[in-house]
Design a protein. Structure first.
Length: 326
């Protein structure tokens, strides 16, 4: 009991049972908008500091809690992510897996963590593993496994991942890693566009700080792991270029090449590379479309062997002319 102007009042917080406090912290961590929402709680008092890192709380934490800045990466950040991983947090599996695979170049451990997230039907992890198989990332070109990539992409598409649905549509349309089926491929591409439109209509008012990222993801939310990769490799892009490596040119991706000429080059201009068709579509819509073709093409000149628009509402010159740079 504490005295206040001659009267006493109860310490209501102190009287709360730990189980109730844990439930409150679980709700907070699962709806946090940034890491600071949880950090402020941890700094409040010893009791909250202890309960805030309880496995039950960390296992419920949403991806915003792991929205780390690359410039702030340190041993403490790594230990926090490891605590979340040890608590069984699916978002943490994926986030730390991406960081280890691409940034820290610990391929085996990174892929293993992403696989754990995939086993829990985490669509972003399934899609990322599919791209690793399609590109042979972290290995030789001969180590590509197109069948595995298609299977992983199909699982992610089934869970509603729009880019996976689009990638699968192109695989079927082009006969890439699967028996060619143009009709089914185009149906999936139309379905991806429809789902994307629904996500736009359902989107809430965008925060000014996130507007650039949001626009580059067709009004979808870019995972904190991708934002981390963008910052990490954006700061050492010249170093990558010195090794003959490129980043995916879609600014919301962040994936770098793990070997020379891993990504496919846009055959319209031959200047940009993408890790996937999904990234190519995003970048084409908001950026590359006005830079790809020569100026005279936009002045009304005909483009040989190119339809004006395809079934997806995108110019064929960019969607059907991406080839892997040998």
């Amino acid at each position: 009991m504490k005295k206040l102007r001659g009267r006493t009042r109860s310490d209501l917080f102190g009287s709360l049972h730990d189980d109730i406090v844990l439930l409150i912290l679980c709700k907070l961590s699962s709806t946090a908008s940034s890491p600071s929402d949880l950090i402020v709680v941890l700094l409040t008092c010893k009791r909250l500091n202890k309960l805030g890192v309880h496995p039950m709380v960390l296992s419920k934490s949403c991806s915003n809690v792991f929205s780390l800045r690359a410039k702030n990466w340190c041993d403490d950040a790594y230990r926090f992510l490891k605590l979340c991983v040890n608590s069984g947090n699916t978002d943490a599996y994926y986030t730390l897996g991406m960081i280890q695979f691409y940034c820290l170049q610990n391929r085996g451990s990174g892929a293993s963590l992403m696989a754990k997230a995939a086993f829990k039907s985490y669509a972003p992890a399934l899609y990322s593993l599919a791209l690793i198989q399609f590109n042979g990332s972290g290995a030789l070109k001969s180590d590509k496994d197109l069948l595995a990539g298609v299977a992983l992409c199909a699982q992610a598409a089934f869970l509603g991942h729009i880019d996976a649905l689009r990638e699968l549509g192109y695989c079927l349309q082009d006969g890439y890693g699967v028996t060619k089926n143009v009709t089914e491929g185009r149906r999936l591409l139309m379905q991806a566009n429809a789902q994307e439109l629904v996500s736009v209509l359902r989107s809430k008012t965008l925060k000014k700080a996130d507007l650039n990222y949001e626009l580059y993801n067709s009004f979808g939310i870019i995972h904190p792991a991708s934002k981390f990769l963008v910052e990490w490799f954006g700061s050492i892009e010249n170093e990558l270029a010195g090794q003959g490596l490129k980043m995916c040119c879609y600014m919301g991706c962040g994936r770098p090449e793990t070997r020379v000429n891993e990504f496919r080059r846009c055959s319209g201009c031959g200047k940009v590379k993408y890790c996937s068709r999904g990234c190519q579509v995003h970048d084409w819509r908001v950026h590359h479309k006005v830079e790809c073709g020569p100026t005279e093409e936009w002045a009304g000149h005909a483009i040989p062997d190119v339809e004006e628009y395809n079934v997806n509402g995108e110019d064929e010159v960019i969607l059907d002319r991406t080839t892997e740079n040998e």
